[in-house]
Structures are given as structure tokens and as C-alpha cells.
Ligand binder design. Structure first.
Ligand SMILES: [Zn+2]
Ligand SMILES: [Zn+2]
Length: 344
């Protein structure tokens, strides 16, 4: 299994971001990420212009962020047409994306206010509309910009790293409820625009700085260095075979959460029928507070670089990790289902 770490949810000058693809891929290479997923508004033009594939040693995956008629946003990966879906009702958008074989993700679920206005959050209740494969559980932009006012922008440019709080507790609680019934992938998203501020002679959150923060680490069973790797990243995300990490805190490459049963290794995102007590293991590249959760409740906590726990009951198991009290890693669950596995 190959681990690749990348940046998800980016806007370029194909929509309302400030960077060209040339600038963005160069910034990604400098920041050392393996892939990036573009999500310009209502367009796949970067793909038509030949940008999907490998650039500067970084895999570029062209997705899109679709604006529905209720103004909600859906992130689409692997779609073939998004232009005709613009301003269509959410259910229609999800139905059409499913027909295209695309993955639909609830965009920026984090409730936030910026400049006194509520930002578009992924409407919590709408997650249960059929067709969503997952959610941007941690939306970096909504996290750090929550409560921002115009007069705070100059200090924000210096201190934004201190505003990082992690996924919103309401978002996590809602996700935990949904995963009781079905697999629902969680990922970390940047929603970066690198807005230009000519007056200040700078950009708000330049791409390279942000590429060093929240990354989604994806596990692909095959990796060839060719253009087909883009489909592999999208497929792994669809299956929830990933975790998100604030790599600014510590590089999370090598972090693992897995289960072992009769010599078989179960990966995060996988659903299996409960067959009796199962060993769960967490390995961390650095010492951290490791929290194992069972159906959203703490089952085991350790300040360590490894943790082992024997699951005596079926349920949804996942891991959170913190460093010095700060949010660091959120994994997708391993689902050990007591009954039939419905959506495998
Ligand atoms: Zn959006
Ligand atoms: Zn966006």
C-alpha cells in the first residue's frame, strides 16, 4: 500500500483563486506534497487544458466545486461534466454525479462566520441525501477564518497558525451518527484561494504556506507514476482509505490505524462483518496523545507512539491524535459491523 499526502480543495485563476496552475504546482513541489486536488467553481476547464496528471513531481487531480440552486456546494471528484449541473437542485446534482461515476463530497461542513456573515457550511441535515460519499470534516479555511473581521486582517496575516482549532465538534458528532449506518469518508480540505491583497502587497494564505498545513494522507494499493494515479487517489478517497493530519505540527507520514484478525490486516475505511474480538493497533511516527474512539466515545487513550486495544464489541472504531493538546490526526474508521455489510 502506498501512502501519498496531498492538498484537497483549491481554487486557481480558473475561478476565484489568485494563482495560475504553473504557480500552484511549483508551490506544491516546494512544499513537498505528493498530489493536489483542484476544485474550481463549476468548471473542469483545467482538465480540458491538459493540467490533470504529473507536473513538477506533483500529481494534479482536477475536480470541481459545484454550486447548487440552494447555493450549497458539492465537491465532485472524477466527474466528466459539471458545467450543466450549475444551479441545479442538490438531489439532481448528486444523481447526475452518480451516473457519471463521480464521487460527491459535502463541502466545508464547518459552521463559521466571517466579516459578520455566515459562510456557506455543508448543511448538516443534507448529508443524508443519497449520493454523498463523504464530507470535508476539517475545512481549514472555515476553521481559521471563523470570527474574522476586517480590522483583524493585518494581525491575521501574522497569527493565522495560532487560530487553528481542528474540525468543529458539531461536524464530528454528526459524522459519528452517520457512520453508525453507512461508510462516510472524511477528509481534510483547504478551500484555499490565496486572495491577493494589492494594498498590503501580499496574498492572504499563499499556496505554499497552506500546503504545509492540513494534508490528507491517502493509501493507494497501486501507484505507477502515470496519469492513472489520479483515479487511484479518487478511488481511495471514495473508500475512506485515508486520514487527515495537520502536518505543520509534525509530519504524519507513517501514522497507521489498522485491525488484525486471523493474520488479515484491515485498513481504515474498510467495512467487515464482526467475527469476534479483534486487535486494533495505532502507530505514530512521533509521540502523541492517541485516542481510540468506539461509536464516537473514547475507548482508550495513551500518551505514546503506539497503542493496542482489543475490540470486544462490534462498532465503528477510529482514532484522533493530539500533540501538546493541539489537533493533529483524524483517521477514517474501521467499521466492524454486527450485521450485513450494506454498501461494500
Ligand atoms: Zn465552497
Ligand atoms: Zn471552495
Amino acid at each position: 500500500m502506498r501512502e501519498v499526502a496531498g492538498a484537497i480543495h483549491l481554487h486557481s485563476c480558473y475561478s476565484d483563486g489568485s494563482g495560475t496552475l504553473r504557480e500552484i504546482t511549483a508551490a506544491a513541489a516546494r512544499a513537498g506534497i505528493d498530489f493536489l486536488i483542484l476544485t474550481d467553481h463549476d468548471t473542469l476547464r483545467p482538465a480540458a487544458d491538459g493540467w490533470q496528471g504529473w507536473r513538477d513531481g506533483v500529481l494534479v487531480v482536477v475536480g470541481a466545486e459545484i454550486t447548487c440552486s440552494d447555493r450549497s456546494h458539492v465537491v465532485a471528484l472524477g466527474a466528466t461534466d459539471v458545467e450543466t449541473l450549475r444551479q441545479k437542485p442538490l438531489r439532481r446534482v448528486l444523481f447526475d454525479l452518480a451516473n457519471q461515476g463521480a464521487v460527491a463530497i459535502v463541502a466545508h461542513a464547518h459552521p463559521a462566520h466571517v466579516m459578520g456573515y455566515p459562510l456557506k457550511a455543508g448543511e448538516l441535515l443534507d448529508w443524508e441525501v443519497p449520493g454523498f460519499a463523504g464530507v470535508e470534516l476539517w475545512s481549514f479555511m472555515h476553521d481559521i477564518c471563523n470570527g474574522l473581521t476586517p480590522w483583524r486582517i493585518p494581525s491575521f496575516l501574522q497569527t493565522w497558525r495560532r487560530r487553528i482549532g481542528g474540525p468543529h465538534p458539531d461536524t464530528i458528532a454528526h459524522w459519528d451518527r452517520i457512520t453508525q449506518n453507512r461508510r462516510f469518508a472524511a477528509l481534510g480540505a483547504l478551500d484555499n484561494h490565496a486572495v491577493a491583497m494589492p494594498v498590503l502587497g501580499t496574498r492572504i494564505l499563499p499556496y505554499e504556506d497552506v500546503f504545509r498545513t492540513l494534508r490528507t494522507h491517502v493509501f493507494c494499493d497501486r501507484w505507477s507514476g502515470g496519469p492513472e494515479d489520479a483515479d487511484r487517489v479518487v478511488d481511495a478517497i471514495r473508500r475512506g482509505r485515508c486520514f487527515m493530519a495537520l502536518d505543520l505540527e509534525a509530519d504524519a507520514r507513517g501514522f497507521r490505524f489498522e485491525a488484525e484478525r486471523d493474520g488479515e490486516r484491515l485498513w481504515m475505511g474498510e467495512q467487515h462483518l464482526w467475527q469476534g474480538p479483534t486487535t486494533l493497533r495505532v502507530h505514530s511516527p512521533v509521540r502523541a496523545q492517541l485516542v481510540l474512539l468506539h461509536d464516537g466515545r473514547r475507548a482508550c487513550v495513551a500518551e505514546a507512539s503506539a497503542l493496542e486495544h482489543r475490540a470486544e464489541e462490534p462498532g465503528v472504531y477510529r482514532v484522533e491524535a493530539r500533540i501538546d493538546g493541539r489537533p493533529w490526526v483524524y483517521t477514517n474508521p474501521i467499521y466492524l459491523r454486527p450485521g450485513r455489510v450494506a454498501d461494500e
